[in-house]
Design a protein around this ligand. Sequence first.
Ligand SMILES: Cc1cc2nc3c(=O)[nH]c(=O)nc-3n(C[C@H](O)[C@H](O)[C@H](O)COP(=O)(O)OP(=O)(O)OC[C@H]3O[C@@H](n4cnc5c(N)ncnc54)[C@H](O)[C@@H]3O)c2cc1C
Length: 449
Amino acid sequence: MRILIVGGGYVGLYSALRLQRRLKAELKRGAAEIVVVSTDPYMTYQPFLPEAASGAISPRHVVVPLRRVLNRCRLIIGEATSIDHARRTATVSTLASEETGRTEQLTYDELVLAPGSVSRTLPIPGLADHGIGFKTVEEAIGLRNHVIEQMDIASSTRDPAIRDAALTFVFVGGGFAGVEALGELEDMARYAARYYHNVKPGDMRWILVEATDRILPEVGEEMGRYTVTELRRRNIDVRLETRLESCADRVAVLSDGARFPTRTVVWTAGVKPHPILAATDLPLNGRGRLKCTPQLTVDGVTHAWAAGDAAAVPDVTAEEPGRQTAPNAQHAVRQARLLGDNIAHALRGEPLETYAHKYVGSVASLGLHKGVAHVYGRKLKGYAAWFMHRTYHLSRVPTFNRKVRVMAEWTLAGLFKREIVSLGSLEHPRAEFELAAGGKPPGHPKGSS
Ligand SMILES: Cc1cc2nc3c(=O)[nH]c(=O)nc-3n(C[C@H](O)[C@H](O)[C@H](O)COP(=O)(O)OP(=O)(O)OC[C@H]3O[C@@H](n4cnc5c(N)ncnc54)[C@H](O)[C@@H]3O)c2cc1C
């Protein structure tokens, strides 16, 4: 009996943890095996990415090492490139595949498909070349380094065109990821400016572009309006009912006619299901998500299960019929646990449980000591919401080890000053040595200075 889990994010981690526990006896006597295929050896706690970008949490602490926590599972670092469920076979490309030119064919008895989502982009000129995503820890750290580097560029020139472009930061998309990332980074940059003799907070221009007439729909209309007021109070240019039309030649052109020369366009305008789903023989809905039942099986198929961002799970708590659960961590975690339980039930011939969870609301951080929340009908703003954000996510981040490390970092950050260093050279670790060895000078300041 082999259970194959594709994806090592929220659903992959939590369903594997549940199965490890539920099938302890079967795993011990070799009657069952859990194989997790994940592109990364870690699970990313995405709600902490904005704080990783601002430097409040170090990157290693927003990820959970899968090998350590899934110690009774077999972990394969690689990418499932297609799935033939009729033949119960997944094709997996591993790190070694690049060298051997061969992919692995993995057979299974039960499939859990949890590849999550990817950024939903539009064919906007220049976006593919200049846009920056905000879904992974690498992107969060890259963006932090990039923002500080722009401040360094602005500080090292008197050319107003270069300075203005470097100090203009455009964020597209007013959901969780965009608002929190902008709120945290603006706060960090404002703080960092005190260490620059010629960059003042007022020299920077932070712009949030949102196509609809509201931001942060997750916290409700009233709190969304408060967030707009709060961001504008901080001099952030919030443009509602506005779209990005182009960012070619490093100029952001908006649908309201505004043009901003900029070196930073962060794209957080929603997600779409992972493209791997189209490379399977499983049923998808019109939006490309896997059609699922409220018991988290793939609709009309046996031995296939799904949950999280990739799965269209009927919301049995909704008043209007036909609604599906939203792609967020609140559902992903709860669905993953139930999915693990249901697989164990199915293997033992027991009846399956139904997924029923009513969305309880959300908390969002808008920078240090600033936040907004609407949870269990209670609305909070400012410090109280920020504090709730921290305590809630501290209680949610997986493993005791990570909780202690994050807590320690927050405590130390309260005692010492914020880190404002950019480790941009991490992205070019061989630059120095290549130069020393007489190689081609790379296109990085270290190579050109
Ligand atoms: C910046 C940010 C902040 C957020 N904040 C919140 C929040 O505050 N509250 C909230 O409720 N939600 C939040 N979310 C949303 C939440 O993180 C997602 O809904 C949740 O991660 C979905 O879980 P998942 O398991 O479906 O996907 P993921 O957690 O994304 O996991 C999918 C995993 O599968 C891997 N994978 C993909 N394809 C393959 C393949 N072919 N083979 C092998 N592995 C593959 C991916 O690399 C990834 O590791 C946030 C998201 C972002 C980006």
